[in-house]
Design a binder for this molecule. Structure first.
Ligand code: SF4
Length: 305
């Protein structure tokens, strides 16, 4: 298979028991058919325990325990299934998370999702400009007419965002001009109200949104210590969401979303006592979990933009 990855991809390794916001808490874990079959035929005490922890209500999934923890997440932060049988015994979703894919005719782009605290830390602290690398398969791919057009347009967007000779606000303004909107359209009272109206994963997210002040000049975008983090963040959102614009002509809305996301994350970060890149990475993780990982919320935002 022809696979392309961003140059920061290989920097990511799950930090397992060191993770403060484990993906084994709070998310429903669906069990794929092959793994379900394996669990059904596992003649061990752990196999018995696994079968008792599966709900067949809708797609097969683990019944979460107290505090919405996966029943196999041990108090030391390790996974009981991996500890006993290795990673091969886990569901596809557990092995795959936090990866995502953009599919094309002849190749696939694979990225890592910002809802994971380690991914967020890696991306926002990554120094080198964003580039794609070939993970496997051919070096040259066939593309359809639609894909070529999208990829060319996206390259132009990456070029603007990655131009380190300009300040972040200059780059964001240049991009908004290219897509015929003003930055104020993506960071207004109306937009913050929209974020506030979206469905919640964690009610605590509301208090972060309520701290945002849209007054002021967005000068925080040009704080030099955040320049690379904003660049990587904006590039991530474009890399992840822009290509789908091929199917519904929503390129403009997707650029608006990418810039709005960066400005909202930046504005919240500045309200924190310790407004560092690591703090920004934590806010970006929360934003991603609340917004990006909810299809309804993404649909809602894109239809607004
Ligand atoms: S959120 Fe990321 S670092 Fe934490 S347990 Fe999940 S994959 Fe590992």
């Amino acid at each position: 298979m022809n696979i392309l990855i961003p140059n920061y991809y290989k920097e990511f390794h799950c930090i397992a028991d060191k993770c403060k916001n484990s993906c084994c808490i709070g998310w429903e874990i669906d069990i794929d058919e092959k793994t379900l079959d394996f669990y059904e035929n596992l003649k061990t005490p752990l196999g018995e325990k696994i079968r008792k922890s599966i709900s067949r209500d809708g797609d097969a999934h683990f019944i979460l325990g107290e505090g919405e923890r996966c029943p196999f997440l041990e108090s030391n932060g390790l996974c009981e299934i991996i500890r006993n049988m290795g990673e091969v015994a886990t569901c596809d979703i557990c092995r795959d998370h936090p990866r995502f894919r953009n599919f094309y005719e002849d190749f696939t782009e694979m990225g890592i999702g910002l809802c994971c605290e380690e991914v967020s830390r890696v991306i926002l602290n990554f120094e080198k400009p964003f580039e794609m690398e070939c993970l496997g398969g051919a070096e040259v791919f066939e593309t359809t007419e639609e894909e070529s057009q999208m990829l060319m347009l996206r390259e132009e967007v990456f070029g603007i965002l990655g131009n380190r000779k300009k300040s972040v606000s200059q780059r964001f303004n240049e991009l908004s001009e290219m897509f015929a909107f003003s930055l104020r359209e993506v960071f207004s009272e109306e937009v913050i109200k929209l974020y506030l109206s979206l469905e919640r994963l964690d009610e605590g997210w509301t208090s972060y949104l309520e701290r945002i002040s849209i007054e002021g000049d967005m000068s925080f975008l040009d704080k030099p210590e955040f320049a690379k983090a904003f660049e990587q963040l904006a590039t991530y959102f474009v890399f992840r969401h822009f290509s789908e614009g091929m199917y519904d002509e929503s390129f403009r809305a997707r650029i608006k979303f990418a810039l709005s996301a960066c400005i909202v994350i930046g504005a919240i970060t500045m309200t924190e006592e310790d407004a560092s890149v690591d703090t920004m990475a934590d806010i970006a993780r929360r934003f991603s979990s609340e917004v990006e990982y909810s299809e309804d919320n993404m649909e809602n935002l894109l239809s607004h933009f």
